[in-house]
Write a new protein. Structure first.
Lengths: 113, 110
């Protein structure tokens, strides 16, 4: 298993600003992902955070809006840029183990006003 | 991309009743995973099924993978209030990325 922490746990931001979310894992993992979850909805994959190279984004998500860093195998950041109210959501960091189980961080609840 | 339908969307049961959620894929799957998300919490891995027709049990939870490996079910016997939450199935996609089902929200009342 893996223990994942995320900071901040929640934030209220003004439109047009940016927020950087941090994800820290207690062990080295190869595969790290960022998801978004609207209230009452399923999880949508934003991107795969690749260590040492650019993140791989899913359809509908772009680097300019959601820049991701992955400086090492235990840490990643997701920035939500130039925020609008539509970006209000829960953002979750996740890692996959060698047995293909995925573990999630506690999430960051973002409200954009 | 792959479609993952889950039914029902929502179920409300009284404590002690059974509950089942179904997950259906449009394609044959190599494996399927199940997750539980408590209200206000994050998804928690429950189990992975790999073999055709596989049945696995975790206390009151029974997981089944269809013979054709296109569907799966999660059955809870004698629900308790601690079972409240949303249950998601998840299937592997390209580069082993998971696609999550639409989820079934379970409400249990006394």
């Amino acid at each position: 298993s893996a223990v994942i922490s995320q900071k901040p746990s929640r934030d209220i931001c003004q439109r047009g600003t940016s927020l950087t979310i941090q994800c820290q894992v207690d062990s080295q993992v190869t595969m790290m992902f960022w998801y978004r979850q609207q209230p009452g909805q399923s999880l949508t994959l934003i991107a795969t955070a690749n260590q040492g190279s650019e993140a791989t984004y899913e359809s509908g998500f772009v680097i300019d809006k959601f820049p991701i860093s992955r400086p090492n195998l235990t840490f990643s950041t997701l920035t939500v840029s130039n925020m609008s109210p539509e970006d209000s959501s829960i953002y979750l960091c996740s890692v996959r183990t060698v047995s293909y189980e995925q573990y999630f961080g506690p999430g960051t609840r973002l409200t954009v006003t | 991309g792959q479609q993952v339908m889950q039914i029902p969307q929502y179920q409300h049961v009284q404590e002690g009743e059974d509950f089942t959620t179904y997950c259906n894929s449009s394609t044959t799957l190599s494996n399927i995973q199940w997750y539980k998300q408590r209200p206000g919490g994050h998804p928690v891995f429950l189990i992975q099924l790999v073999k055709s027709g596989e049945v696995k049990k975790q206390k009151r939870l029974t997981f089944q993978f269809g013979e054709a490996k296109k569907n799966s079910s999660l059955h809870i016997t004698a629900t308790q209030t601690t079972d409240v939450g949303t249950y998601f199935c998840a299937i592997p996609g390209t580069a082993s990325k998971l696609t999550f089902g639409t989820g079934t929200r379970l409400q249990v009342t006394l």
